[in-house]
Design a protein. Structure first.
Length: 473
């Protein structure tokens, strides 16, 4: 006999069970928990240290609240195993566009912060209108088939790159841009224990990836969460460290949230002051945030839904209208609460890989974020070396989608390749979709393959072209 929980989330219907959904929800949380601290760091510009502690506190609380609300929307409304939080990249763009100019001009950073929230609010309202009207889902369904197949693979490379970067397996290099972790440099002139501590995250991450692959090959359920738990324990035991819990800043964080962030968007309409130039600049920023969030979400939905076998007969994600609406409401909520654009998180694919198929997984993820509101270090208990293998493994699984692209047809192969490669290289899902769309339009026009159904992708290509030339990101 089915329980009400099973009936509400359609757990059995989607071939899952309660235990698997709980594990999947925990997996997603630990894969994206870094956003709790990273988002406020990016929004205020972490290189400036404690210059904006009050804004940092406000954004910290707002970031957690919007993750809770956005993920709950997926859990209870769309009933899908996806999670939401403030988008990486967009938070840095928020700092560069609003807070940094205020700092450099000698103005009040709080004013810049609130003007940014105002732009996010207006872009979120546009998201909501487009979602409710069905325009966003229509745009998603109008993407060329080659891009629909390439997007999940591109996201796979992107999410694997995030995993490699988070744990330091891939490092920055001033001459070659990136390089493999420098083992020799890390251990040189160190004691044995210090040398181990320096390389432990990379070694343990590679061990975790190996463990996931072996367990999965042997059909052991929960391979991802088993690896996360095992690597976490090994990390603390072998490096002789323990997580700490500091509850001292909670009161100040809520105070700054109430004074600066909450409803701060409605005090930021000064961004339109200053004549026609200011108005045009504000409109361009609103459209830019609209485009990036829209296609980040569309790309993530296609990627994760493909991984979860949740595509309909036309190759589009199920419940796409509800997914778009959930994303839109979360963005508006985030602006009202005091943080940058909220979007569907690509790390949701880690939970899907762990077996998540329903909104129950998202409910668990949301509960974990809520706990972080009162116990900040919860987000940092699991080290990056434990979650990175999950992200890399998801990349391996999602790359198989590229095999479905017809590489014998150059009008499909080139756009698909651009979408695939530009996501990790530009650290942006929307950039990958944009370059893929632009190349598709140009090639089909030049080869006489252009048809009426390509009008939507042409509009997308034109809008992104304008964004590339009008906005610095």
């Amino acid at each position: 006999m089915k329980t009400w929980l099973d009936k509400f989330f359609k757990i059995s219907e989607r071939g899952s069970n309660i235990k698997t959904e709980i594990i999947a929800g925990l997996t997603t949380f630990f894969a994206m928990a870094y956003i709790v601290v990273t988002n406020p760091n990016q929004v205020v510009g972490f290189t400036f240290g404690g210059v904006f502690d009050n804004i940092w506190n406000a954004v910290y609380v707002a970031s957690i609240l919007v993750a809770v609300v956005g993920t709950l929307l997926y859990a209870l409304y769309a009933k899908l195993p996806f999670a939401q939080a403030c988008g990486m990249g967009l938070n840095s763009f928020f700092f560069v566009s609003f807070i940094l100019p205020a700092l450099l001009s000698g103005g009040d950073p709080v004013t810049g912060y609130r003007e940014g929230l105002c732009v996010i609010l207006l872009s979120g309202i546009i998201f909501l209108v487009l979602s409710v009207s069905g325009v966003r889902s229509y745009i998603a369904r109008s993407l060329p088939d080659c891009l629909k197949k390439a997007i999940p693979a591109g996201i796979g490379l992107f999410i694997a790159f995030i995993g490699f970067k988070n744990v330091g397996i891939i490092q920055a290099n001033q001459y070659t841009f990136v390089q493999l972790f420098d083992f020799h440099g890390a251990i040189a002139d160190k004691t044995a224990f210090d040398a181990w501590c320096a390389i432990a995250p990379v070694v343990l991450a590679l061990l975790g990836l190996f463990l996931i692959a072996v367990l999965d090959k042997k059909n052991v359920k929960g391979s991802v969460i088993i690896s996360i738990a095992a690597v976490t324990v090994l990390y603390y035991l072998t490096t002789w460290t323990l997580p700490t819990f500091d509850l001292g800043k909670i009161g100040q964080s809520f105070k700054d949230f109430g004074e600066l962030g909450f409803l701060g968007a409605f005090k930021g309409f000064s961004i339109f002051a200053g004549g026609a130039t200011a108005i045009i600049n504000a409109i361009v920023l609103i459209i830019t945030f609209c485009l990036v969030d829209m296609f980040d979400t569309i790309g993530t939905l296609y990627g994760t839904a493909s991984q979860a076998d949740m595509l309909d007969e036309k190759g589009d994600p199920i419940e796409i209208d509800k997914s778009m609406a959930s994303d839109s409401v979360a963005t508006v909520t985030g602006a009202v609460l005091g943080t940058s654009t909220c979007t569907t998180f690509v790390e949701s694919a880690a939970g899907v890989a762990a077996g998540g198929r329903t909104g129950l997984a998202s409910l668990v993820t949301s509960a974990c974020f809520l706990l972080c509101l009162f116990l900040a270090p919860v987000a940092a208990i699991v080290p990056a070396c434990a979650t990175a293998p999950a992200l890399i493994y998801v990349g391996v699984l999602m790359l198989k989608n590229f095999a479905k692209v017809d590489m014998t047809d150059i009008t499909a192969a080139v756009p698909a390749f651009f979408a695939l490669i530009m996501m990790p290289l530009t650290y942006s899902i929307s950039n990958g979709i944009a370059v893929g769309a632009i190349s598709y339009v140009l090639i089909t026009l030049a080869t006489g393959k252009y048809t009426k159904k390509d009008i939507i992708v042409t509009v997308i290509a034109v809008l992104f072209t304008l964004r590339f030339f009008l906005v610095t990101m």
